[in-house]
Design a protein around this ligand. Structure first.
Ligand SMILES: Nc1ncnc2c1ncn2[C@@H]1O[C@H](COP(=O)(O)OP(=O)(O)OP(=O)(O)O)[C@@H](O)[C@H]1O
Length: 311
């Protein structure tokens, strides 16, 4: 049997935003997944596989483009319901994905209807299959990771809004960093075992930190001031609806747990906003969604002086 080795998470050079977005979802799968947008060959799938290796008993379930709805949700057999008075359920990928990582490469090429369905299940944590008056449901709690190259087509805004976090990746532009990417990868391919051994301690530390943050998350509190900050950001940056505000606070709580704190601070909200807002900005005609970073920084630094509260 050929052993398959996974490149270690801690050996990925740079790409800190992508790594953090993935870690936050591993700590708190209820954040609603992460959409990684960017060019080819930037360690997206490497990071996804590496994240699963960090988590005890987690595996990557791949959802291929062109998959049918039945294969995703599973099938309910009516014949046995009638003949034997029983329902028979053939599990699909959503059953396999429970407690695992559901990975969809090129999610923008997937049928909209399937994406919609996946985001529903991701938010509910339950897959419910109904057929002619009979139904079956099972838990389906997974970390949803979609990747896409925006040059090959966009996701509909309605679907984008339901993705918890977004992160944009680009290839490294410093020579030294690119050299590091090449040399680490070649070392890994040449002889994986010593390479994995070199990173073993760092990987163990990461796993322990994720597990600790998972427990700590439930103890993280937030003040009224933090809720007001999230609301002010939503108003000032013209964010559609309230989903982003809620996700911003939840992401900030997860960040606080990741940093080992039990209270959300304004900086957590600023960092959370950088993942939660870019894909939810109100789109103006003929322009791409843009996040007003200056305004975000100003609000988070408190320079606003509570202007919105007084208005
Ligand atoms: N920052 C990085 N650190 C370490 N290795 C990297 C980095 N960026 C790219 N690589 C290496 O480049 C190769 C391509 O990475 P990977 O297959 O993860 O890309 P991808 O972003 O999933 O691309 P695609 O969109 O084409 O599937 C791998 O061998 C990976 O190890």
């Amino acid at each position: 049997m050929v052993t398959e080795y996974n490149y270690p998470f801690s050996a990925i050079v740079g790409q800190e935003d992508m790594k953090t977005a993935l870690l936050l979802n591993a700590i708190n799968p209820k954040l609603g997944g992460v959409l990684i947008r960017g060019e080819k060959g930037t360690a997206k799938s490497t990071a996804v596989r590496a994240l699963a290796s960090l988590m005890p008993e987690m595996k990557v379930v791949n959802l291929p483009v062109g998959v049918t709805e039945d294969r995703v949700v599973g099938t309910l057999s009516l014949e046995s319901a009638i003949q034997e008075g029983k329902r028979r359920f053939e599990p699909g990928l959503l059953a396999e994905a429970d407690q695992n990582l559901l990975y969809i490469d090129e999610i923008n090429l997937l049928d909209d209807h399937i994406v919609d369905l996946l985001l529903d299940v991701a938010a509910m944590g339950v897959n419910r299959v109904e057929r002619e008056g009979i139904s079956y449901s099972h838990p389906s709690r997974f970390v949803l990771v979609g990747t896409m190259n925006p040059e090959e087509g966009q996701l509909r805004p309605q679907l984008l809004d339901r993705f918890g976090l977004v992160t944009d990746v680009k290839g490294e532009q410093e020579t030294a960093d690119r050299v590091e990417v090449i040399s680490r990868r070649l070392d890994f391919e040449e002889d994986p075992e010593p390479f994995l051994e070199k990173y073993r301690k760092e990987e163990e530390k990461l796993t322990a930190r994720i597990l600790k943050a998972k427990k700590l998350f439930h103890m993280v509190s937030y003040s009224k001031d933090i809720l007001m900050l999230a609301a002010q950001i939503g108003i000032s940056l013209h964010v559609d609806g309230h989903r982003a505000d809620i996700c911003m606070v939840n992401t900030a709580r997860t960040l606080a747990a990741w940093e080992g704190r039990t209270e959300v601070i304004r900086e957590d909200i600023r960092r959370a906003a950088s993942y939660v807002l870019p894909h939810r900005m109100h789109k103006r005609p003929f322009s791409d969604e843009v996040l007003d970073w200056e305004e975000l920084d100003r609000l988070c630094s408190g320079e606003d002086g509570g202007r919105h509260e007084k208005e």
